[in-house]
Design a binder for this molecule. Structure first.
Ligand code: PMP
Length: 407
């Protein structure tokens, strides 16, 4: 018997887990649970400092402005971003990627240009580029994968021609867990002067990303996948690009002066944050960053790796199970698998009866599912509050589903 792996973070820190003692939550790639410290930080903000920031001259409005500003600084520090004003708050990864495609894309991509994305992308880093290409007449090209679900870098290199304006790639695949070689991808993009856009939805929660040192031009992430609340995430983009590109949405706060005929824009980050901002989101997310810092991101990564390896090994030993994606060395804390003779939706419902929460479906990656020749997979994903007991519950559930459905 392998030694037991305890949870890295106490379950008691997470009210949902404390309220559901038998629950094996293995769907953190979809969204993470929230520690009490995050929930408390949000409540405290509303109890002590709530007002509309940037607008009021009174002390309470100044407190709200300060809470918002201070949260941006803490989140930027956690993500390794020196120039905090280049962190634009958005609703999450989806909005951040749409912002780039709409604001930077419309100003910089024209007919005959090329946009390259990878076969691994989540729809949020695929569809905005596909639509931009269709609207502008640019060519939309998909970089294919090796058989094991890693990027075929030789083919990708040959696709990124001097006409290429954008290379959009995920840091970590949500569907397979593939970890992509970001530095190499950035070098390929920059060799031809293309924008290197990184979808960090599945890396910011799990790795010490150090965005500045990645060298990417733009990085998008979601707070709710990294112990923070829903409805907040961000775009980090090079200052000169943000300053040169047009705004995404127009309205309050993002203007410098509104003339009768034309308007000038506010400085960063306000230029890209039109309207009343989500203040409690950044406040909660900053508390989540503090919680992860206290755990230590290197430990978080090692913990997930250990659980992923254990789950991969145990599941692969069940007859009829195929674990998809690259070998554990090239994979993050995600195990995507199929069980012959059992549809992933049926499997996830049977697992739910045992208190095991997993995701079944196409994982918002239909182009990838087509290439894998499957309609859907079952995906277990691990985080700080999981331990080997969760893996054992998953394995037992899959074994029992197989006995019931396959015989
Ligand atoms: N990209 C990846 C890789 C993701 O996993 C997700 C969330 N499933 C997204 C983008 C979209 O994130 P959100 O729904 O938080 O905007």
């Amino acid at each position: 018997m392998a030694p037991e792996i305890g949870a890295l973070a106490p379950r008691a820190d997470f009210p949902v887990l404390a309220a559901n003692p038998g629950l094996h939550y293995l769907d953190s790639a979809a969204t993470s649970q929230k520690p009490a410290s995050v929930i408390r930080a949000i409540a405290r903000y509303y109890e002590t400092s709530n007002a509309n920031p940037h607008r009021g001259a009174y002390k309470l409005a100044a407190a709200a402005t300060e809470a918002y500003h201070e949260a941006r600084g803490r989140i930027a520090r956690f993500l390794g971003v020196t120039d905090a004003d280049t962190l634009i708050f958005t609703r999450g990864t989806t909005e951040a990627l749409n912002l780039i495609a709409a604001a930077w894309g419309r100003a910089n991509v024209k007919r005959g240009d090329r946009i390259v994305v990878t076969r691994l992308e989540h729809h949020a880093n695929f569809v905005p580029w596909q639509v931009l290409a269709n609207e502008t007449g640019a060519e939309f090209v998909i970089a294919e994968l090796n058989a094991d679900g890693t990027l075929d870098m030789d083919r990708l290199r040959s696709l990124v021609t001097p006409r290429t304006r954008v290379l959009a790639f995920g840091h970590v695949s949500n569907a397979l867990g593939t970890v992509n070689p970001v530095h190499e991808l950035v070098a390929v993009a920059h060799e031809v002067g293309a924008l290197a856009v990184c979808d960090g939805a599945q890396s910011a929660p799990h790795l010490s990303v150090g965005i500045d040192s990645l060298g990417v031009d733009a990085y998008a992430f979601s707070g709710h996948k990294m112990l923070g609340p829903m409805g907040v995430g961000g775009l980090v983009m090079r200052r000169e690009l943000l300053e040169a590109m047009p705004p995404y949405q127009m309205g309050g706060d993002m203007i410098s002066y509104v003339g009768d005929a034309t308007t000038t824009w506010n400085v960063l980050p306000h230029k890209f944050e039109a309207g009343t901002p989500n203040v409690e989101g950044p406040v909660g997310l900053a508390a989540a960053c503090d919680y992860l810092t206290a755990l230590g991101m290197e430990k978080v990564h090692q913990h997930e790796q250990a659980l992923m390896r254990l789950a991969s090994q145990r599941l692969a030993a069940i007859p009829g199970v195929t674990v998809l994606g690259p070998s554990p060395e090239a994979r993050s804390g995600v195990v995507s698998f199929t069980l012959e003779g059992v549809h992933p939706h049926d499997l996830s419902q049977l697992l739910d009866a045992d208190g095991v929460c997993v995701r079944a479906g196409h994982h918002c990656a239909q182009p990838l599912m087509r290439a894998l020749n499957v309609h859907a997979t079952t995906r277990a994903s691990f985080y700080v509050y999981n331990g080997s007991a969760d893996v054992e519950a998953l394995v037992a559930g899959v074994e029992s589903a197989r006995r019931r459905m396959v015989g």
